[in-house]
Design a protein around this ligand. Structure first.
Ligand code: SF4
Ligand code: SF4
Length: 115
């Protein structure tokens, strides 16, 4: 599992010089990690991935998972951590979703009744 740079990156370029495998490149002025070169810093003198260790952002640099659900849950956990009102998030989500779904259903029924 390599690391990747996300949209949260502020292009501070701190990670650029610390990568032991020179995996961090510039693409259109923004840093990008070549997954073929990224070794997760394993085999180097570092005990932790250097790009993430020095990154000043919360999730400007994250680990890529090859497993779909592992990746899904890691994204989910990352996003949920940012929520300020976690307690009623799902309740609100369900309320909005069911409201929208019911609207769509009514529209479809009305459309079908006219034909
Ligand atoms: S995990 Fe290590 S090898 Fe991979 S991009 Fe980050 S610093 Fe480079
Ligand atoms: S250290 Fe983090 S914020 Fe800075 S360039 Fe690298 S990924 Fe982006």
């Amino acid at each position: 599992m390599a690391y990747k740079i996300t949209g949260q990156c502020i292009t501070c370029n701190l990670c650029d010089s610390v990568c032991p495998t020179d995996a961090i490149k510039k693409v259109n002025g923004s840093p990008w990690i070549d997954p073929e070169l990224c070794t997760n810093c394993i085999g180097s003198i570092h005990t932790v991935p250097q790009c993430i260790a020095g990154c000043p952002t919360c999730d400007g640099c994250v680990q890529i998972s090859t497993d779909y659900w592992e990746s899904w849950f890691s994204t989910y956990e990352r996003l949920v951590k940012k929520l300020t009102k976690k307690q009623d998030y799902w309740e609100k989500w369900f309320s909005v979703y069911s409201h929208k779904f019911s609207e769509q259903l009514q529209k479809r029924q009305q459309h079908q009744a006219t034909f």
